[in-house]
Design a protein around this ligand. Structure first.
Ligand SMILES: *Cc1c(COP(=O)(O)O)cnc(C)c1O
Length: 364
């Protein structure tokens, strides 16, 4: 049995370090907005090549607070891809603004920049590219489009911490970028946590206020804020893991290379990596026209897989969906399948997955 993901392997390897970090927080008994969170914010800001990190309670809150911090609200439109996790768009609605969905590039699953340009209206205020599966969106083109039209750029970097586009880190391109430390992400907490990274002093200051009841520091509540902090326990655990992130990313990239070699010439469409991209392989996502049959047979033969995502965002009942737009996103949700790809997966397991996939494909 080869699991799609197994976090127990990572936690077994780091058990002593994680327990020591948790004990440090317990002994200090400072749980909210203390030194661990501050240190993690600096460490991640440095990794992303920007000045500020603002820890929040989840990746979803990172998006929600960032949209608010950029003053995007009722009457405004935000352009976002039709293929993503639902929170990319629900957070736009929560801010009172309207998501405008655009199709994705079928090779990289990033938002189609030409489609984004066509979707701009006088109400458009921001573009939210998503670095889906860990493959960075074409940020030079997104930023150029946004600059020409006076729009803000919010990177949904929940799946791509440590990635880069044209040698510039994910997170350094937009007005702000949103990270998720959901446990199964490349850098996962032991619970919910998220962060916004930004080069903009004004946005950072606003976010620090928004995450803490609109407080400027002395119980001066200058605006309606939220209660959304990244707590000290999660920050301490994340700092232990962050030291390993570069090695884990290398391991994921090696696994991807091994899959590519072992699956070359099979009927699967393998993930593309644009020459400008440093892909962090949050997911190794292949395509096949008989995806459901492939997934079921693999499960029967002991190989775990997952589908990200079984439907487009605009087709979710909460958004109504319904018409024939976003053909590439719609085709993707019928064909994509993610294979096991996590740092602790052994070479033998990768070879077994690939051999099983080839065998199953040959019989479909
Ligand atoms: C995980 C994820 C989020 C939300 O992050 P949470 O920490 O789960 O709230 C948002 N966008 C994308 C693309 C994600 O993968």
């Amino acid at each position: 049995m080869i699991p799609f993901i197994d976090l127990t392997r990572q936690h077994a390897a780091l058990r002593a370090e994680l327990l020591a970090a948790a004990a440090r927080v317990l002994d200090s008994s400072q749980f909210i907005l203390g030194g661990e969170g501050k240190a993690l914010e600096s460490e991640l800001a440095a990794l992303c090549g920007v000045r500020h990190g603002i820890g929040v309670a989840s990746g979803t809150d990172a998006l929600r607070l960032t949209i608010a911090a950029l003053d995007v609200g009722p009457g405004d439109e935000v352009i976002t891809p039709a293929l993503s996790f639902v929170a990319s768009a629900t957070t736009i609605v929560m801010a009172g603004a309207t998501p405008v969905f655009v199709d994705v590039d079928p090779r990289t699953y990033a938002l189609d920049v030409a489609a984004a340009a066509r979707a701009i209206t006088p109400r458009t205020r921001a573009i939210m590219p998503v670095h889906l599966y860990g493959h960075p969106a074409p940020m030079d083109r997104v930023v150029e489009l946004a600059r020409d039209r006076g729009l803000a750029v919010i990177e949904d970097a929940a799946q791509a911490v440590g990635g880069a586009w044209r040698d510039r880190p994910v997170g350094a391109w937009g007005d702000a970028a949103c990270l998720s430390f959901y446990p199964t992400k490349n850098l996962g907490a032991c619970g919910d946590a998220g962060m916004v990274v930004t080069a903009r002093d004004d946005v950072a200051e606003r976010l620090r206020r928004l995450r803490h009841h609109g407080d400027t520091g002395r119980y001066q509540h200058v605006e309606l804020g939220y209660c959304s902090r990244l707590d000290e326990m999660q920050a301490a655990l994340l700092r232990v893991k962050l030291k390993h992130l570069a090695a884990w990313t290398e391991a994921r990239r090696r696994i991807a290379a091994r899959y590519r070699a072992a699956l070359a010439g099979s009927p699967l469409e393998l993930p593309n990596e644009a020459p400008e991209a440093r892909h962090v392989y949050h997911l190794f996502t292949v395509r096949h026209s008989q995806r459901d049959a492939l997934a079921k047979t693999l499960a029967d033969r002991g190989v775990g897989t997952a589908v990200y995502y079984p439907g487009t965002v605009p087709d979710q009942p909460v958004f109504g969906g319904g018409d024939g737009r976003w053909p590439e996103a719609r085709r993707a949700v019928r064909e994509v399948l993610s294979l096991p790809c996590f740092a602790e997966l052994s070479d033998d397991e990768v070879e077994t997955v690939a051999a099983t996939v080839r065998d199953v494909c040959a019989r479909l």
